[in-house]
Design a protein around this ligand. Structure first.
Ligand code: BDR
Ligand code: CA
Length: 312
């Protein structure tokens, strides 16, 4: 099987952290060229540290980690410590990792790696605000033909918003960057709230993860217990949606997901609805279908895959 070459761009965040652990557990399928980090759930100095902690926890200190943009393209940073805790990954032991942070800026790494690659060869997997990707595309549009696909977590249609009444966090933080990505002309697949809210970390699933009984299992349980608290209270649900790992699960087993090609545009101007994703699910506008919008997941299949891979 040919491995898929990917660059993961993230803002860990407990769910980003689980996404990293899942991706790092799949060396036969995924060739992770680098992990780039961005300011989002918590500031950049914490997201890059958290990514390195996940690499060390899973014994993958050879995967290079880069720090990117410390604020959105055009606006002030909005963070989400209320959801993720002060560290971003509350629930695990926090320490300063030994593995180095790469000296190169994440945006330069993305540009350099793509420019050196063959056409259609690299998949970008953003699970935070799209600032690094937006900067790379606008700074060096020649990278576009090299991108095979962008598989990202963000946006919502039926679910409304989780950070404002009509916007999801990743898009709300940097709508201008999201606009660049959605208009880039390369294949885009989106894992939005509509779908991730079907992938709930219920008490039963948390117990199944607990049975993994390894340092990785313990870390995931600790982070999920913390993460579950906020959303269970907010939504009155049994657990929280496990957003970001859906991107990697889609790469591994797309048959777990149902999607539809739609036009998706981002609201960048309105103070009321900024960051809203306008999804033309029923094709009423005639605008070009720029996105594979994932609207359903086989949640049991998703957690089975996650647990199997985390077990190693
Ligand atoms: C997204 O926002 C962040 O809080 C999560 O890490 C996820 O990427 C969900 O809206
Ligand atoms: Ca994230």
């Amino acid at each position: 099987m040919t491995k898929r070459k990917i660059i993961i761009d993230c803002d860990p965040g407990q769910d980003d952290a689980v996404m990293l652990l899942l991706a790092l557990a799949c060396p036969d399928e995924l060739d992770i060229l680098g992990i780039t980090t961005v300011a989002g759930n918590v500031p950049l100095d914490l997201t890059q540290r958290n990514a390195r902690i996940m690499c060390e926890l899973s014994g993958n200190t050879d995967v290079p980690v880069f720090a990117g943009c410390d604020r959105p393209m055009n606006r002030e940073l909005v963070t989400a410590e209320n959801v993720h805790g002060k560290t971003g990954i509350d629930g695990v032991d926090i320490y300063q990792p030994d593995m180095p942070l790469q000296g190169q800026h994440a945006v330069d790494f993305i540009i350099e790696t793509l420019l050196a690659a063959e056409d259609d060869s690299i998949t970008l997997v953003p699970t935070g605000p799209l600032t690094n990707i937006g900067q790379a595309i606008s700074g060096q549009p020649e990278i576009l033909p090299k991108i095979k696909e962008i598989v990202m977590m963000g946006g919502a249609m039926r679910e409304g918003g989780n950070t404002s009444p009509s916007a999801e966090f990743n898009i709300l933080v940097d709508p201008e960057a999201a606009h660049i990505v959605l208009r880039c002309g390369r294949p885009v697949t989106i894992a939005p709230l509509d779908m991730t809210h079907q992938a709930m970390v219920t008490r039963e699933r948390l117990e199944q993860i607990r049975q993994i009984d390894s340092p990785i299992g313990t870390a995931v349980v600790g982070m999920m217990e913390f993460f579950n608290r906020f959303d269970s209270e907010k939504y009155g649900s049994d657990g929280a949606p496990l957003h970001d790992p859906c991107t990697i699960a889609y790469l591994l087993k797309p048959e777990l997901f149902e999607g539809k090609m739609c036009n998706v545009e981002v609201e960048t101007d309105s103070p009321l609805t900024g960051g809203h994703t306008a999804v033309d699910f029923w094709g009423v506008t005639g605008r070009p279908k720029n996105t594979n919008w994932l609207y359903r997941v086989d949640a049991n299949g998703f957690f089975k895959l996650l647990i199997e891979r985390l077990k190693g």
